[in-house]
Design a protein around this ligand. Structure first.
Ligand SMILES: [Zn+2]
Length: 136
């Protein structure tokens, strides 16, 4: 099936690449790998835009040495309360914009998310394809 990445997430990655052009992308990801595909995940293109599947999640590698500080980025995203945010997972914690809104909770998934942070955006097109700059 044809798929693409949500434009808001492309925008975020562009902004981060501008801030940290030499950053590692070792743990970056958009569409689900085999592990992701085996379970429910926004990395699967389950959101439909016509007959195209849209991936509404992105992983960004933590690489402090090269200017990509996941903790700082996550803190900025949370502080922004950007309405496009569905949830963020980082460093064994998860924060959701609607379920227990903006309260950090423990995340006990198999992947502790210590090498990258995960951002999911809302499944409506106005949100996921918005290219308004993120407040980082
Ligand atoms: Zn992820």
């Amino acid at each position: 099936m044809a798929w693409r990445v949500a434009k808001s997430l492309i925008r975020l990655r562009e902004q981060i690449n501008e801030m940290a052009p030499d950053r590692s992308k070792a743990s970056d990801g958009t569409i689900g790998d085999a592990a992701h595909a085996s379970r429910s995940s926004d990395h699967n293109p389950w959101v439909k835009d016509g007959n195209i599947g849209v991936v509404t999640a992105m992983d960004i590698t933590n690489d402090i040495v090269h200017g990509c500080d996941a903790q700082a980025l996550v803190d900025a995203l949370v502080a922004s309360r950007d309405p496009r945010i569905k949830y963020i997972i980082w460093n064994r914690k998860k924060i959701n914009s609607r379920f227990q809104p903006w309260v950090w909770r423990n995340y006990t998934g198999v992947n502790p998310h210590t090498k990258h942070f995960h951002l999911s955006v809302q499944p409506d097109k106005a949100s996921y394809d918005s290219t308004v700059p993120w407040q980082l």
